[in-house]
Design a protein. Structure first.
Length: 340
């Protein structure tokens, strides 16, 4: 019988903690996920740099999903700075961290930083040894391309990612690819295609028991349904989701759900209910620091208050949104109201 060394046992435990963290993320158990990733990072302290970076990325994602977007980007920046002190930084580890930084930077409205992270990732890709990581890069840079108005290139990037994920039979990653394609189509105004892709993503994630990600996709699906004139179906879906989303669990999409319920309430003439939902969305998005979404909800709330004769309150709402931009690719749902 072969004995396992202490080092090998530590490595096995660290890998197990990484898997537990990913499972907790899927289930939406964010505190648990954070604990697993932190423990894995500690065990990988003197081990493979790529695996330690995977643990850091996991921690960052758990904070991102909890609405702590600034802290998520801080964790990733710190890890990147530490890696770059090495004489020959591990390209897979650096690529993973730069790719992970794209989402938080975009949410914060730091679009130049997001573009730089995407550029760094593209420069590192030829040295990467993990094809799944390269596919993740292609999927992630799609949003920076949308913000830059390069929708065709975003579609091509997603097609490359999808081809690799299909070849590797990574079904959860493939589902996230369909999700991002749905997002691209929704931002670009192709609502029929967006609905098809988001339904595919939702079904694949639900089949894989990715509870929190399924709910987030359903919020984006509800946005598309409303924009396609299917308001009652969108509202039924959103009401069923509210218990699954909280300020500390899918915070940005929770804000998105309240935004949509506010729009639906306005459409049926219930301004009081609309304002309640917009105020709830504003509190969630302001705490998260989601810049594009914050500009969007401030404009919606301000417009509602102005129409109902409360000019000073409307000005306060508009001021809160000053300095942020809501345009294609910058909002979680879309497009921004001016383009809707």
């Amino acid at each position: 019988m072969t004995e396992i060394s202490a080092t090998e046992a530590d490595a096995e435990q660290a890998f197990a903690l990484l898997r537990l963290g990913e499972a907790a993320l899927d289930a939406g158990e964010l505190n648990q996920a954070r604990e697993h990733f932190a423990a894995a990072e500690e065990r990988f302290a003197d081990g493979p740099v790529a695996q330690r970076s995977a643990a850091v990325r996991g921690r960052a994602v758990s904070h991102l999903l909890a609405g702590e977007v600034r802290y998520a980007s801080h964790l990733l920046e710190k890890a990147i700075a530490q890696l770059e002190l090495d004489e020959r930084p591990d390209p897979d580890a650096l690529l993973l961290l730069h790719v992970a930084a794209i989402g938080p930077y975009t949410d914060l409205g730091a679009y130049a930083r997001a573009a730089r992270a995407a550029e760094q990732a593209l420069n590192l890709a030829p040295s990467a040894t993990d094809p799944a990581l390269v596919a993740l890069m292609h999927r992630s840079i799609a949003r920076t391309l949308i913000v830059a108005g390069r929708t065709g290139e975003a579609e091509a990037s997603l097609a490359r990612a999808q081809e690799i994920f299909q070849r590797l039979e990574l079904h959860t990653d493939l589902a996230h690819c369909h999700w991002m394609r749905g997002y691209v189509h929704a931002q670009d105004g192709d609502l029929e295609q967006a609905e098809r892709e988001l339904r595919t993503a939702r079904d694949m994630l639900a089949a894989g028991n990715s509870v929190l990600f399924t709910v987030q996709v359903e919020v984006e699906l509800a946005d598309v349904l409303r924009r396609r004139g299917k308001g009652p179906e969108a509202e039924r879906l959103l009401q069923a989701l509210l218990d699954e989303l909280t300020p500390w669990r899918g915070a940005v999409h929770s804000g998105g759900a309240h935004r949509l319920l506010g729009l639906l309430a306005e459409e049926r003439g219930d301004n009081e209910a609309a304002e309640e939902h917009y105020v709830s969305a504003l509190a969630l998005l302001e705490r998260a620091g989601a810049a594009g979404d914050l500009a969007d909800i401030c404009r919606l709330l301000g417009d509602l208050m102005r129409r109902t004769g409360r000019v000073e309150a409307a000005l306060d709402a508009y001021r809160t949104g000053l300095g942020h931009r809501a345009a294609i690719g910058t909002t979680t749902l879309g497009p921004a109201p001016a383009d809707a």
